[in-house]
Design a protein around this ligand. Structure first.
Ligand SMILES: *[C@@H]1O[C@H](CO)[C@@H](O)[C@H](O)[C@H]1NC(C)=O
Ligand SMILES: *[C@@H]1O[C@H](CO)[C@@H](O)[C@H](O)[C@H]1NC(C)=O
Ligand SMILES: *[C@@H]1O[C@H](CO)[C@@H](O)[C@H](O)[C@H]1NC(C)=O
Length: 416
């Protein structure tokens, strides 16, 4: 855990002691660095920006060599991504080995690449060719890492849209879409075997946008007074983020993979949206992200997994002006392309980034489909308020995920 005193200086909102406690205890925040834009600053100037918000982990949507070079010897940990369009190719073990050598091995150990995400939100694209390539591609990449003796330091996983859930409310009734359970079982089996985390993208914002009249804004912004009770488990939820995560925990557990560790590959709130995109304001985005960061720093875990070290990657570092879809899609960033904060999160970033733009050399970025709404649109079983009387009753005793903790501890040890 690299946490030098200088990274603490610019922080205004959080007390230094809170952050020191967080750092000492191993909690850290990650951020998604998407680049679907033609006006982003040079990656070298992004290093101090990432440090200024106390992020120690960065997730890319590709393996942009400019970024990986710029972050050499910074101690920042990376998830690199194999773009969806490469999956069919990467399932070939030879291609996987070549990809890993070029995009991962050549940057180690100076750049701490600790994870490879194979594709992004593949299963909810409903593309059977892509979906059928996913696990074989993950296996080929893992095999490549084994042959390079890198499998103990680099994990293999894939982030899922929460639309893989058929039922998400109440959390204890969470279950996967029936048409995806076979694939998800095999993927969970892979995670269980190699010890890598199951990644989901969680956006309470989309649930709110789909149903602003019924979903209480304070509940999605972590400012709830009363919260709600999961009638299946008797557990109390005071924010939707935890409810979404525990719905995914329930779904994973129902397939028999209680010990697989779940992490949040994306979560965030847009600061701007179209007229029909309720709640997309700088003030709500500030509340969502700052309340979330405070919650993560407390390391309390979710109601169902109180001992879980909730591991998140905020979405996203920058507003991305070339993302398709509704206005909100281009306005999830904490920062404008010139490095100025979109809204105040309380970090002092004055003078950290020059207005030196380089165009979209990296090209690819987040491959999140426009308007992809993890939870809340369409199906009645999706929404936060869709409490069905016949919801499956499943009792959970707030069981701990020991192997999840063990995996984290092992990873920390390996990185020392
Ligand atoms: C994929 O299929 C599911 C279930 O049939 C459906 O609810 C969803 O809207 C589809 N998604 C896309 C992107 O077509
Ligand atoms: C923010 O940082 C800049 C540059 O390091 C410094 O000059 C300025 O005084 C700081 N502002 C505050 C409010 O601490
Ligand atoms: C601006 O970007 C170029 C690369 O395109 C780099 O060589 C140069 O050092 C940068 N200048 C500043 C002031 O960051």
């Amino acid at each position: 855990m690299d946490f030098t005193p200088s990274t603490l200086l610019p922080l205004l909102l959080f007390s230094a002691s809170l952050l020191l406690t967080t750092a000492a205890a191993g909690a850290s925040v990650g951020i998604n660095y998407g680049q679907i834009a033609n006006n982003l600053p040079h990656p070298e100037t992004v290093v101090p920006l990432v440090k200024s918000i106390g992020a120690t982990r960065v997730k890319l949507y590709d393996a942009d060599p400019r970024v990986l070079k710029a972050f050499a010897n910074t101690g920042v940990e990376f998830i690199v991504c194999i773009p969806n369009e490469l999956l069919a190719k990467i399932r070939d073990p030879k291609q996987a080995l070549a990809w890993v050598k070029t995009n991962v091995q050549s940057f180690l150990p100076a750049t701490k690449i600790t994870c490879i995400a194979v594709g992004n939100e593949i299963l909810t694209l409903n593309d059977t060719v892509l979906s059928s390539s996913l696990l074989p591609a993950m296996e080929s990449v893992h095999t490549a890492l084994v042959s390079l003796n890198l499998d103990k330091q680099v994990m293999v996983t894939t982030p899922h849209n929460l639309g893989i859930l058929d039922v998400s409310y109440p959390p204890s009734a969470g279950s996967f879409r029936r048409d995806l359970t076979t694939r998800l079982s095999s993927i969970l089996d892979f995670h269980n075997k190699v010890g890598s985390p199951f990644l989901v993208n969680s956006y309470p914002y989309f649930a709110y946008r789909a149903n602003p009249k019924q979903v209480p804004l304070d509940y999605v912004l972590f400012e709830s007074g009363s919260g709600m009770m999961d009638t299946g488990s008797g557990l109390h939820y005071d924010n939707m983020f935890y409810a979404q995560i525990d719905a995914a925990h329930s779904a994973v557990e129902k397939l028999g993979y209680k010990n697989v560790c779940l992490q949040i590959a994306e979560t965030g709130w847009p600061s701007k949206g179209d007229d029909d995109e309720a709640g997309a304001t700088p003030e709500n985005a500030r509340k969502y992200n700052s309340n979330l960061l405070k919650l993560i720093a407390q390391k309390k875990g979710t109601p169902m997994r109180p001992n879980l070290d909730v591991n998140i990657y905020l979405f996203a570092l920058f507003n991305e002006n070339q993302k398709p879809g509704p206005t909100s899609e281009r306005n999830f960033g904490l920062f404008n392309p010139d490095g100025t904060p979109v809204y105040s999160l309380g970090f002092n970033t004055t003078g950290l980034v020059s207005t030196n733009t380089t165009g979209s050399i990296g090209g690819s970025g987040s491959t999140k489909a426009p308007g992809s709404s993890p939870v809340g649109t369409g199906a009645s079983s999706d929404g936060y308020l869709s409490i069905s009387d016949d919801a499956e009753r499943v009792g959970f005793a707030g069981a701990l995920s020991f192997s999840c903790l063990l995996v984290s501890i092992t990873l920390v040890a390996l990185q020392l």
